[in-house]
Design a binder for this molecule. Sequence first.
Ligand SMILES: [Zn+2]
Length: 324
Amino acid sequence: MSLSHTLTFGGSGLDRAAPLRAADIGGGAHQDARYIVLWRGKPMILDDALVRVGPTHPVLADASPAHIFLGRDGDVSVFAADLSGWSPPDLDLTHLDTFLDASQQQHPAMPQGAYLAELRAIMTRLSPRDAELAATAKALQGWHGSHGFCARCGAASVFAKAGWQRDCPACGAHHFPRTDPVVIMLITHGNAVLVGRSHGWPAGMYSLLAGFVEPGETVEAAVRREVHEETGVIVGDVRYLASQPWPFPASLMLGCAGVAQSTALTIDPVEIEDAIWVSREDMALSFAGQHPTIKPAREGAIAHFLIAQWLADRDPSAVAQGLV
Ligand SMILES: [Zn+2]
């Protein structure tokens, strides 16, 4: 049985139908179109599925008129509508600075039971297709929200290519959605794995070390540099395992395995709060919720997936490709 579905955002084979983007498909109503709706990055769901509405649904009256074309799903075109300009009544902003926004919002045009939810809170319950659609929509809407001005000349840029491009009318530059590569690494030494925690995480939670790939750097070099900067550990062999789109806001997680050549830990307190070596037995207890102090990585995150495969002594790269 394939275990690749256990990697959230692991891909569903969505037909992104890139040639259709040039046809300004986002501009008008399409009878075969279905719209998923997001508000400030939070998708509208009902019964653990994305809500899909038709082109005349009243909720779209509160959405930005520029819809992003996500692709063809069977015989329908799927778009992402952005409700971010709408203000829910009784909006409670006290949740916005927490580790996870647990608040839910309802829209008056939507049926009972439909609500807007933080993607991280519901991502493991979505189908692979819905997870891919939601991740793509959230990443693209976030990019439009923070890239309204031309990076070359500073003029206001405009939505183009059904949401996959922004054009500058002043200088003619074209801008494309960003995806920022991040390495995340399963560093092992014998029977132990290296995990760390960042400032502000829930008490006891440890996960794999991670960091942005820098310009001019290979994936392997980024793994070795980040681990050394954060913990002082020297890493030898590095191997790519699996990747995960992570639209919080625009990352691509590159999961790697690395073999430690040293074990002494020198923590960089600016980068991380703590790092520890954890034995396979202790990590198994943590994943079972039975370890007295160590809480596992968040379910749905690639760190959780990589550690779970390591605990099961499976090759995560084979699992992610559906070979196991
Ligand atoms: Zn410009």
